[in-house]
Write a protein that binds this ligand. Structure first.
Ligand SMILES: *Cc1c(COP(=O)(O)O)cnc(C)c1O
Length: 509
């Protein structure tokens, strides 16, 4: 049959290239979060070709598409070896679609193991974790009906102690989660100390090494034990689409104990279709990201990973040093691995302080994208400072002189400028609303889509046509607003904003 295609392929691809040109740059080291550039175009090319080869495959069924089983065994085997699980025959694993899925599955598995030992218990199981644990665990708690019990960290260093975690343990705890390292402050949690208290109690312990795992495994400096070499660690997650340099959509979840891991699976024959047996959340799934990750692991080997990690470690140390030398800023705590956070240095006089969010905005104006992180009030009433996050990749080393100069210049441009006062912004905005401050209070109690859009419009974040506008030039006021508005309201507004970003604006030509 002949199909009369509506458009030429070249024309469609040209349009996509135009759209891509407006994206933040994924290569070249100018975006210090989200993307992990090995700096090796041949590795990207290999990944693309491997993904293309398996494009039509359905990863749902590795017995029909046996290439999937072979590649998954290869990737899991590599992960289990580099994370110190090779000597334990009971360490098994799955490839997932990303860090969030690995974390969700770790929680679901722990919940089901906990439940299976307490048949019929009406209690809601609990997850205990430092407050710096990734938001994926908030999502997991919400999705799977667990309570998330967050342990405060020291606001100056971002760390917590095993003793503080121990105080929260009880028979209702299904899982303790620690990070290696944490995303917000790059804290390496005390994995061995925590395992020494969870292990004897029979409580599951997950190490979230999603961001840094594949870098820490090859880190040139000695580190305290943090992986499956620590007895008592029952699962570990690490993302291949971060420091495995694979395209998005691939992570591994390793689990100690076949019987434990079998709780990860969903299986049913209770419908008239094919028997469903899924180790992960999705049914049909792509094999492309797995193939890309497998090919990269085969190409790099331990030597390649070690060399890229060494480059990243050198760049991280150099960048940290130049940021720490900037008057008015401080690096938070003692970060481990290829990332760190920067806060205002309150030890210097006010006029010399640099607000990290103004700093990030100034850097963005010169083409460097740092990530703004909001402050947070902890359960004990202490407040974590708002910070700016930097993730360093192998390619960073090539742009270090340029980047360091831009960060110094950005600090010089905003030194002495006080942080945006979120409360002042809120009251100003409230006055500009038709219903005044009462309108805002009412909004906190619940908004429909139109109401949320109205508020976003009043805040200047939505265009008059209801479509999301371009991001404002300065993100510091947006983050200040996030910090000052009630969290439930902010969350609802952000949902509205994100939903409207992808709503169709005009008919296709
Ligand atoms: C990135 C990350 C996750 C979530 O991973 P996604 O791949 O974004 O779903 C979980 N934990 C940590 C520490 C991370 O950095």
């Amino acid at each position: 049959m002949m199909i009369d295609f509506r458009r030429e392929a070249s024309d469609i691809l040209a349009e996509l290239e135009g759209l891509r040109a407006a994206d933040a740059p994924t290569h070249g080291g100018r975006v210090l979060s989200y993307v992990y550039d090995s700096g090796l175009p041949e590795l990207d090319e290999l990944a693309a070709r491997a993904a293309r080869l398996v494009q039509p495959v359905n990863g749902l069924d590795p017995t029909t598409f046996t290439s999937v089983a072979a590649m998954e065994a290869g990737v899991v085997g590599f992960a289990r070896r580099v994370f110190g699980g090779a000597d334990d025959d009971e360490v098994v694993g799955s490839v997932t679609s990303g860090g969030t899925e690995s974390c969700l599955l770790a929680v679901k598995t722990a919940r089901d193991v906990w439940r299976s030992a307490r048949a019929g218990s009406p209690r809601v199981p609990r997850i205990v974790a430092p407050v710096t644990v990734h938001a994926a665990f908030h999502k997991a708690a919400e999705y799977f009906g667990l309570e998330l019990d967050l342990v405060p960290v020291d606001p100056a260093t971002g760390t917590t102690s095993a003793a503080a975690i121990e105080e929260r343990l009880g028979d209702d705890v299904a899982l303790v989660v620690v990070s290696a390292p944490s995303y917000p402050f790059a804290t390496l949690d005390p994995v061995a100390d925590v395992a020494a208290i969870t292990g004897p109690r029979g409580i599951a312990l997950h190490v979230d090494a999603c961001i840094g795992g594949f870098a820490l495994a090859f880190w040139p400096d000695p580190l305290p034990a943090w992986d499956l070499r620590v007895p008592g660690v029952t699962s570990l997650s690490a993302d291949l689409h971060k420091y495995g340099y694979a395209p998005k959509g691939v992570s591994v979840l390793l689990t100690r104990g076949r019987d434990r891991q079998r709780h990860q699976y969903f299986a049913t024959t209770a419908w008239p279709g094919y028997p469903v047996v899924n180790p992960t959340l999705t049914g049909s799934k792509p094999a492309g990201p797995l193939a890309a990750a497998w090919a990269i692991v085969e190409a790099l080997g331990d030597g390649g990973f070690a060399a890229l990690t060494e480059q990243t470690a050198r760049a991280t140390a150099a960048l940290r040093e130049s940021v720490a030398a900037i008057d008015g800023l401080r690096v938070v705590g003692a970060p481990t691995g290829p990332l760190f956070a920067v806060a205002v240095d309150e030890a210097v006089p006010v006029e010399r302080r640099v607000d990290p969010h103004h700093w990030a905005d100034a850097a963005r104006a010169s083409g460097w994208h740092l990530q703004l992180q909001p402050g947070l009030e902890q359960a004990d009433g202490s407040r974590l400072p708002h910070t700016t996050h930097l993730t360093v990749t192998p390619v960073t080393e090539a742009v270090l002189p340029e980047l360091s100069a831009a960060l110094v210049a950005a600090a010089d441009a905003v030194r002495g400028e006080p942080a945006v006062d979120g409360w002042a912004l809120v009251s100003e905005l409230a006055q500009s609303l038709p219903g005044g401050i009462e309108a805002l209070a009412a909004a906190s109690a619940g908004l429909d889509s139109a109401g949320a859009a109205g508020l976003l419009r009043a805040f200047g974040l939505l265009g008059g046509d209801g479509a999301a506008g371009a991001l404002p030039d300065r993100l510091a006021p947006v983050l200040a607003l996030v910090g000052a508005l009630p969290p439930k309201l902010t969350e609802r507004l952000l949902v509205e904003l994100l939903a409207r970003v992808v709503e169709p604006r005009a008919e296709l030509p």
